[in-house]
Design a protein around this ligand. Sequence first.
Ligand code: FES
Length: 133
Amino acid sequence: MHLDDTVCYCFHVTRRKLMNFCRLRRPRVPSLLSECGGAGTGCGWCVPFLKMIFRHWQSGECVPELEEISAQEYARRRSDYIRSGHGKPPPSAKSSAEQKSLDGLSVQRSDDAGAGCGTDADSKGTSSSASGI
Ligand code: FES
């Protein structure tokens, strides 16, 4: 999974955004990653990956599953997860296929250009923690 790949499809949060959040906000526990644009507070699919990102940031240890999964495989697994009824995305969330299509057309947004997401999360008033992280 590359830095610009989406980790949380429900809230369109990339790995880069999460890594910058960790670097700037230094969360004490993985659940605080939910303050990064609401990551993990929708269908719940990305929660294990948020934990991996946290572990990678905190310890610097390599997390093979995180490094080896492709964006396409990640999106496919998330679609399977939703289809099988394990989680329900928020109404505003796009499906993985819709997001993938948009990702192919999109240009780099300024809030996704490595500036971190502390300000972004604050501006949305996101303060809930993801359950189960
Ligand atoms: S993909 Fe992150 S909560 Fe649904």
